[in-house]
Structures are given as C-alpha cells and as structure tokens.
Design a protein around this ligand. Structure first.
Ligand code: F6P
Length: 459
C-alpha cells in the first residue's frame, strides 16, 4: 500500500483539537494504517505567515500545518469559499456573491498549499484532497511535475450545471476537478451534477461513463462514497455519557420528565433552523395537548461569524426562539432552549442518546453526520425517532427515518407529532433497519473504499 497524504483546510490533531468527530476519526484510522501524513492550515493567520510549516508526529502520523496570510485568508475563507462556493453548492442563490479578488485569493491560498505540500511528497504517494476549499490543488501540483495519484472528495453537494453556471469561473473549477484521478461525491445526485458540469464544459470531448469520465488523453474515475460513522464507538460513547457526563445529567434533570426534541447543527442557513423553529411553533399551535409536555433543545454553535449571511440567520433565530417562548412559555416550562455554544463530542453523543426525537431538517446538506450519529447513539431497546430532511444526503440511506420536506412546516409538525407518539415496536423496527445500514457503510469502510479505489484506478 502506498503512503497516504490527506489534505484539508482544517486538520484535527489528536490531543490538540477538540475531540474529533466523524470525518477526523475515519481519516486518522486510514492514516495510521498507511503511516501517513495530514496536511492543512494551522488555524492561525499572520502577516507575513511563518515561512516553515509546523510538524507534529503523533500516533505514527505526521501532521504538517501552515500559517496563512491574514488578509488573503479572509478573502479566501469568508469570501470565495463561504460566500461563493458554499451558498452556490447548497442552492442558496440569495446568499451567493462573486468577487474576482476573492477568487484570486482562493487561487493564491491553493498555490500556498501546493508550494508547502510539494516538499512533503515522496514518489509513490497517494494524495487525498478534501472539500471545496482545495479544488485546484491537483492541477497546481501536477504543473510542478508531481506524479502522485490524486483523489478528491467533496463533502458538500454538487449542483447541476443549470445552477453552477452562475459562477463566472465554474469552467476553471470543473477543469481543476478533472485533474484528479478519482473524484468522489456523497450521493448519486451530486455525481450527476458533476457529470452535467463536465458535459457543459467539455461537450463532445468528454465521454461520461457510470464511474469514469474519458477526456482527451486522460481518464478521471468518479464515484459515490457516502460518508459514514463509527457506529460501535458512538454507541459506547453515548451510553457512557448518558450515565456519567455531568452536562447530560443536568440536561435530563432539567427536562422534568418531558419528552425531548433535539437539534444539533452549526449555525448555518443551510441547516434550515428558521424553518425548523417555525415547524415547532406549528406543532405547538396545532397540538395543545403537548403544551408543557415537550422541550425542544437546539444546539447551534456560531460558525463563520464574519460572513454577513451568518449574522443575519443568527438574528432571525433569536427572534424566532424569543417569539415562541414569549407566546407559550410558562413559569415552569420553556418550550425552546436555544443554545449558541459547542460541547465536547462525547457530551453531544450523550445528548443524542437521551433525545426522544432527533430533528435534522437541513434545507440542503451534503450528508449530515448528526443524523447518523443520532441513530448510532440511541438505545436499541428503546430508541428515539429521527425526523430527517429529504434534502440531506443521509436521506438516501436512512429511508426508515420520518422523511420530510423542511420547507413544509405543517408536514414537519405532523412528523414531529408522529415521532412523539410512535409505539415502541415501530421505533425498534425503524431503528434496527437504520443501524444495519450504518454498520454496512461505516466510516472505516468509507475511507477504505475511497483509498482502495484511488490505488486501484490506474487511469
Ligand atoms: O460540511 C463541510 C464542512 O467543511 C465540514 O467538513 C466541516 O465540519 C464544516 O463544513 C465546518 O466548516 P468550517 O471549517 O468552515 O468551520
């Protein structure tokens, strides 16, 4: 097996970063196997950045991180990545903007990644690049003569060409992705979006197959690799946290026996929180028997706070939570507890375990690992019910959840009511089916399938 180099904007170093979530756990496992290296941004910006990367060896893995220049980072991260690519790929044209300077900074940061990474690459390495921040990387490294095998996995959705083409530089980015040997997506729909984009750029020069794209002189492997979770580890963590974690105990005590509806999301407009709050309000309006009997806790740690659309969504949610509580709260009942802070991953799994209903209703999501973690964290003997948006990649696998259109507030309210009233036998049947799906496509398998195919696909 060749050495694996993983590249991503953020790097999770065990013992340094907050306790690793799904992706980090999977990547770390794959890297341990191959004695690999994880390369990315250090989390620090400076003018000028430190000239040398920081290198940490841990658990047989080399973590190599670089500082980035402050002003350029701002244009790259808040600008092109999260004000152009993120909204566009999540179908939010209202939040989309394009600024040529931001795209130039995106290219400059990718060049900085390539310049530092090239010094770490040895002959025979396989390089696995993650996510929308780094699409041009393979092309930049190939231009420097690097002859490694390059794989790319997109964690977010890939839209159809009909939408993608509003981005003035879409063709450059499609060409960039075609520089990889293997390009992986979360769902078939995302792969088809990419295929439509390749046809839009290359026309008859591209021959699109089920899992390859033939271009003049080269072949790009493509595939669907839905990211999974470590079911056994989450189940064990959740059971322990539910028994021992002080914050989980406090949460349980605070419920006073009421049923718990729980959402855990980054504070992002794509997560559909405004619509979710409205659906909960509809539930309370339409089900007076539930007043005082249920509590909805929404954990939403702030994210990308320097991007205007994120500040706007935060205001809207504060307003919505205040309105519902103002109308329905009583001296001993707060219908919505809206919490803008993050918790350790272990604690979150404990929260997920004790929830009666997992509310995961993004307007658009590449996968949504919270949905999968909710299923893995539940007690199989007495499981809760997952209410899941059909717009999340996870809905393709978790068809035994109660699937909803997050824009339809009365349908979501109905599903929440159905979830709260669901008999034990049905909860068990649905949960067992979903658990089985998750076991078959664990995070280890996701990593294994991608890395194996990257090695095997000798275009
Ligand atoms: O969903 C895409 C993603 O990049 C995840 O991998 C990550 O957890 C999340 O967005 C957070 O993004 P950021 O690095 O901007 O905080």
């Amino acid at each position: 097996m060749s050495r694996l180099l993983v590249v991503s904007n953020r790097v999770t170093i065990p013992g340094y970063s907050a306790s690793p979530g799904g992706l980090a756990v999977g990547v770390l496992a794959a890297l341990r196997q191959s004695g690999g290296l994880w390369f990315g941004w250090s989390g620090t910006t400076r003018e000028p950045p430190a000239p040398e990367p920081e290198i940490i060896e841990k658990e047989g893995i080399r973590f190599v991180t670089i500082e980035l220049p402050t002003a350029q980072f701002e244009l790259y991260y808040n600008g092109f990545c999260n004000s152009s690519l993120w909204p566009l790929h999540h179908y939010f044209l209202g939040a989309f903007r394009y600024d040529a300077r931001e795209f130039e900074a995106y290219m400059d940061i990718n060049r900085a990644f390539a310049a530092a990474l090239v010094r770490q690459i040895a002959p025979g390495d396989s390089i696995w690049v993650h996510d929308y921040h780094l699409m041009p990387l393979a092309g930049l490294l190939r231009a420097q003569g690097v002859q490694a095998r390059f794989g790319f996995f997109l964690h977010i959705p890939y839209p159809n060409i009909a939408l993608l083409r509003v981005l003035p530089v879409f063709a450059e980015l499609v060409r960039d992705l075609c520089q990889y040997d293997l390009v992986g997506f979360q769902t078939q729909e995302d792969l088809e979006g990419f295929q439509s984009a390749v046809t839009g750029v290359f026309h008859d020069e591209a021959v699109i197959g089920a899992d390859t794209i033939e271009l003049a002189g080269r072949r790009v492997g493509t595939g669907v690799f839905p990211i999974g979770v470590d079911v056994a580890a989450i189940a064990a963590q959740a059971a322990t946290a539910a028994r021992e974690d002080e914050q989980v105990k406090r949460l349980i005590a605070g419920l006073l026996g009421r049923k718990l509806l729980l959402g855990v999301d980054r504070l992002d407009y794509s997560k559909g929180l405004v619509e979710r709050f409205a659906s909960y309000r509809t539930l309370l309006e339409s089900s007076p028997e539930l007043l005082g009997k249920v509590t909805y806790i929404q954990i939403a740690p702030p994210s990308r706070t320097d991007v205007a659309a994120y500040a706007e969504i935060r205001d809207a949610l504060e307003h919505a939570a205040g309105r519902t509580n103002g109308q329905y709260a009583d001296t001993d009942w707060t219908p919505v507890r809206y919490i803008n802070k993050d918790f350790a991953h272990e604690t979150l799994t404990g929260f997920l375990r004790v929830a009666n209903v997992g509310v995961v209703t993004p307007l658009r999501d590449g996968m949504n690992l919270v949905a999968k973690e909710f299923v893995a964290a539940q007690d199989p003997e007495d499981p809760g019910v997952l209410v899941l948006s059909s717009m999340a990649g996870a809905a393709r696998e978790l068809s035994d959840a109660l699937l909803v259109n997050p824009y339809d507030r009365s349908a979501v309210a109905l599903a929440l009511r159905q979830a709260l009233a669901m008999p034990l036998a049905e909860r068990r049947t649905r949960h067992a089916a979903m658990l089985q799906v998750l076991r078959e496509n664990s995070i280890a398998r996701w990593c294994g399938r991608f890395v194996e195919r990257l090695g095997a696909d000798q275009g």
